[in-house]
Design a protein around this ligand. Structure first.
Ligand code: UDP
Length: 314
């Protein structure tokens, strides 16, 4: 297959490119390097079946070659990154997604779009299944991402309904692993970096809020199965780890695993920070015969190895 990966130099994007190349596909990675990093794909640049194009989906996609699949991952995804320029985040998810849909339609390609658990906002329902409509503060600081991603799902669904575009929508729950940027501001990268450097571990709020953490290889296994399903299976489909852990317990686990003497300090909880997040993955289990295999301890071990190498700390 010839495959376009937008946002292919980011954390998930670079892991996906590697997986697609391993399976023998030809990959074009398009990224504007807003949060993506050239170093994530450095070792792929001289491969024959890989090409990097520096471009922004907001400005349209201009590629002559044909494509079978388009994976749309382009979007700043960590809270500090998507809140840095909120209007741009909205544009990526609205104008950018229009451009992706038009491009895929022109090429006759199937679009695989990465949506997010953030479409559920600060959920009142635990666990969240795909029919839960969510609870998003439309005027809050997370809305540029949450509402942007919700609108993206709408755009894709209307392209399918009115123009027959083939779509797959995955709702990605918190995912971690190698090729995350140590300074992306997310909880796992922050805590691991702080623990390795002996700096204070910054808990926002009292740390009782929960997340569920899926290792990147598990996440991408699900995508590879989903992209190959019949065209009637469009999603949205939750993909994530179906077990919850509090932020405070993540800190304790990382402190223990790194043998770190770092202190724990408490900071203000950011506005609209979701209290609990837990996917119901029954739909993915049923359609894909998939569930995550890698435990948090096992995945953290591999992530730490990568971050250690990156931070050059012993
Ligand atoms: N968090 C924290 N300390 C940090 C970074 C994040 O306590 O240094 C908390 C954050 O407030 C949230 C959770 O960890 O409750 C997950 O944050 P992250 O930015 O990784 O992703 P989110 O799931 O909120 O999009």
């Amino acid at each position: 297959m010839r495959i376009l990966v937008t946002g292919g130099a980011g954390f998930l994007g670079s892991n996906l490119c590697r997986r697609l190349l391993k399976e023998g596909h030809t990959v074009v990675c398009l990224d504007n390097l807003y949060t993506g990093r050239k170093e994530n794909i450095q070792d792929l640049l001289n491969l024959q079946n890989f090409k990097f194009v520096e471009a922004d989906i907001v400005n349209g996609i201009d590629l002559d070659e044909g494509f079978d699949w388009v994976f749309n991952l382009a979007c700043p995804a960590s809270p500090p990154a998507y809140q840095k320029d909120p209007l741009y985040t909205i544009m990526v998810n609205v104008i950018g997604v229009f451009n992706v849909c038009e491009f895929a339609l022109k090429k006759g390609a199937r679009v695989f779009h990465t949506s997010t658990s953030e479409v559920y906002g600060d959920p009142e329902v635990i666990p969240q299944n795909e029919s839960y409509k969510g609870s998003v503060n439309t005027i809050g600081i997370r809305a540029c991402y949450d509402e942007g991603k919700r609108c993206a799902e709408t755009i894709l669904s209307d392209y399918k309904r009115s123009k027959g575009l083939e779509i797959k929508i995955v709702r990605v729950f918190n995912t971690y692993g190698p090729y995350m940027s140590s300074d992306d501001g997310r909880v796992i990268t922050n805590f691991v970096t702080q623990a390795l450097k002996g700096e204070p571990i910054t808990i926002y709020g009292d740390g009782s809020q929960t997340r569920s953490f899926c290792y990147v290889d598990d996440q991408i296994d699900a995508w590879m199965k989903f992209i190959q399903t019949d065209s009637t299976v469009t999603g949205p489909m939750n993909v994530g780890m179906p077990s919850e852990i509090s932020v405070l317990d993540v800190a304790y686990l990382i402190l223990k695993m790194t043998n770190s003497q770092s202190q724990i300090i408490f900071k203000n909880l950011p506005e609209d920070d979701p209290k609990r997040r837990l996917p119901d993955i029954s739909f993915a289990k049923q359609e894909l015969n998939w569930e995550p295999k890698v435990s948090l301890a096992e995945g953290l071990e591999k992530t730490m190895e990568y971050l250690k190498e990156n931070l050059k700390v012993s």
